[in-house]
Design a protein around this ligand. Structure first.
Ligand SMILES: Nc1ncnc2c1ncn2[C@@H]1O[C@H](COP(=O)(O)OP(=O)(O)OP(=O)(O)O)[C@@H](O)[C@H]1O
Length: 640
């Protein structure tokens, strides 16, 4: 089968993920108007900024609001010491000095500082609890959604992009809520409260406090020009680096066998170098403006001291108010800096939020299922055409073109044809991994699009030659097909699939962990486990991608036995790579360049179909090949 790793439809309706490369989206023609294809259309634009963030908060909005309230109270209480310090100054310089008042004010300061710490701690704790819940909830929602969208959703996205959304983008939201959100609320509350306080004391000094602000904002605005574009470039680079990194790790055996290093691994090293260049250019364009902004924003005293001094010596400003402005005025401008940071943080997560929403808003495949139920277990393809992408539409060549034939219930029908003929594509249409561009794929006389997806997936088992085992025990991997399977059922399925013996030899038998972080199984062993999975599922229709190469003769014999057990009493549509194994099929359908060339039994086709005769002759020749160091591959007869 071609290209991407496809998970078996093992019962839970798991759809596979196109690995490491962008595959073109399928063309229109499927129901739903917007097509099974890109679900992102028009869904992210309205969820940017704070409104997008609010939508992601879901049920945690209440907790986040409580955190915001605690943060504002912390700010309000935190302003009290400034007022007390100003009053202390007048009490100390009074004649005689009012030391009792200073003492009482000191206690108020202590109380206020304690109150601020408590409110800040409460805001942080509430924000952290909300953040962890949002993290957990978002990842679950994303995982559920990805399990429910059509396979075509993955066609225009690399695994790296989706991994980034599920891990990094969600982590950014979590970090924003936990760390930046309370700070951001404080950054808004401080200027509002301080401005009100200062204006109520002396408007001239209030203006003097913010005199440097326009210059500072101007400097920042000029350094921010073009930042949106730069950020977009950065995110695109991150996506590329992620995808190349995953590809590099997946293909590490190839990289090693060719003696390549990461440095020479084209796209990965290029995207890392471009990332470095981006950083340097960002610092160059942004650094100067930011430096000016920071210098100006911290220099409000340069205006406040002369203006305040003048007003004080001319008797227009009391000492208490002068001190109040000298301690509180700089807070106003400094809080602007925090506000800038907070806004920067909102912008930073904006792109990620939009990506999360694109996934969450993607329409489910399940939602498109109809309500009709199949009347029997036969399959029929009626004038089925299929193209993988926009680019192919309009071109003469489609992956499948007006394919029509029937797979009789309880019989074995084999798809044969040269490589690239469209066999795998056709088989994928049955469990709706892809959807026909036009025509009907029927199961039990009903178009697969018109029956509930769970009914369809309950009727069809798919065994692909590329078997994917999840991290989890042998038992858990088998229970994917039937979550409530008893131990006896699992063992029985494994015995029938000739897998029981090797499973028992594993260190922990059926409890042995498998997958990337578990025991490594041979191709043949994996194949037998996938057959056991299909046996457990016990669906009446079986779509089978016959493996091209088994590890050894013994494995091959065992797999053939397991397959015979699996096929018994079912409707079987088998993609045949070796004609010898399907010669006894009830019907063979010869596909070539996406079209049906002929159909019939092995003998009938051998008698009349030139393409079949050719395929048969090639396979007989191939079976007789041996490898030789003298010249190229040599004929067995010749070599002997
Ligand atoms: N994900 C994909 N995106 C775009 N084109 C694809 C994709 N998968 C397959 N194709 C193309 O569709 C056509 C049919 O491929 P398909 O894998 O169905 O053939 P096949 O008969 O199963 O081949 P093989 O026996 O080599 O597995 C080929 O031209 C192939 O290049």
């Amino acid at each position: 089968m071609s290209g991407s790793a496809v998970a078996e439809v093992g019962g839970a309706g798991a759809a596979g993920v196109a690995v490491g490369r962008r595959e073109p989206a399928p063309s229109a023609g499927c129901e739903g108007g917007a097509s099974q294809g890109d679900a992102s259309a028009g869904s992210a634009g309205d969820v940017r900024g704070l409104s997008g963030l609010l939508r992601l908060l879901g049920s945690q909005a209440g907790l986040v609001s409580a955190s915001a309230l605690a943060s504002v109270l912390g700010v309000a209480v935190g302003l009290v010491p400034f007022y007390c310090v100003a009053r202390m100054a007048t009490a100390i310089y009074a004649t005689p000095a009012r030391l009792d008042e200073v003492q009482s004010l000191a206690f108020v300061v202590l109380g206020a500082l304690g109150g601020r710490v408590l409110f800040n701690a409460l805001a942080t704790v509430l924000a952290h609890v909300a953040a962890f819940r949002v993290l957990h909830d978002l990842r679950l929602r994303l995982a559920r959604k990805l399990g429910g969208v059509p396979l075509s959703f993955f066609a225009s996205r690399t695994t790296g992009e989706l991994k980034r959304t599920m891990m990094d983008d969600v982590a950014q939201v979590e970090s924003f809520i936990a760390h930046h959100f309370p700070d951001g609320v404080a950054a808004i509350a401080v200027p509002v409260l301080v401005t009100i306080a200062l204006l109520s004391v002396d408007w001239r000094m209030a203006l003097a406090s913010v005199a440097v602000m326009p210059l500072a904002i101007g400097a920042m605005a000029s350094s921010m020009r073009g930042m949106d574009e730069m950020h977009r470039k950065w995110f695109a680079l991150q996506d590329r680096t992620n995808a190349s990194m995953l590809e590099f790790l997946r293909g590490i055996h190839v990289v090693k066998s060719f003696g390549l290093t990461a440095q020479r691994f084209g796209d990965l090293s290029r995207s890392i170098e471009e990332g470095l260049a981006w950083m340097v250019s960002f610092m160059r364009t942004n650094g100067r403006g930011y430096g000016t902004f920071a210098a100006l924003i911290g220099s409000s005293l340069v205006v406040l001291i002369p203006v305040g001094g003048l007003l004080h010596v001319t008797g227009k400003l009391s000492l208490q108010d002068l001190v109040l402005f000298l301690v509180l005025g700089p807070q106003l401008t400094l809080s602007m800096m925090r506000l800038m940071f907070a806004w920067g943080n909102v912008q930073r997560i904006e792109e990620g939020n939009a990506r999360i929403m694109v996934v969450l808003l993607a329409p489910d495949l399940v939602a498109r299922g109809g309500t009709k139920l199949p009347a029997h277990h036969g399959i029929a393809f009626r004038e089925v055409s299929f193209s993988y992408g926009e680019e192919e539409r309009g071109k003469a060549k489609e992956a499948l073109s007006r394919v029509s034939f029937e797979v009789e219930a309880g019989k074995v029908t084999a798809l044969v044809g040269p490589s690239g003929a469209g066999k795998t594509t056709l088989a994928r249409l049955v469990p709706r991994l892809w959807e026909a561009t036009s025509g009907r794929v029927e199961v039990g006389g009903v178009d697969v699009k018109e029956m509930p997806l769970d009914v369809l997936l309950g009727k069809v088992s798919v065994v692909f030659q590329e078997v994917f085992l999840f991290h989890g025990s042998v038992r858990e991997n088998l229970r994917l097909a039937k979550p409530d399977a008893t131990e006896a059922e699992i063992v029985q399925a494994c015995k029938a699939a000739r897998a029981d013996e090797f499973v028992l030899r594993l260190p922990m038998g059926y409890g042995t962990p498998l997958g990337e972080r578990g025991a490594r199984l041979s191709g043949g062993e994996k194949q037998r486990l996938s057959i056991a999975r299909a046996l457990l599922k016990d669906a009446p229709i079986l779509v089978l991608d016959e493996a091209t190469a088994f590890a050894d003769a013994e494995n091959e014999a065992l797999i053939q036995e397991a397959l015979s057990a699996l096929c018994q009493g079912r409707t079987v549509l088998v993609i045949a790579h070796r004609l010898a194994s399907v010669a006894s099929a009830d019907k063979l359908v010869v596909l070539d360049e996406g079209e049906v060339r002929d159909q019939g039994t092995h003998e009938e086709l051998l008698g009349r179909c030139a393409l079949y005769q050719e395929l048969f002759a090639h396979q007989s020749e191939a079976a007789a090949w041996v490898l030789s160091t003298e010249g190229s591959a040599a004929d067995a007869g010749g070599a002997a």
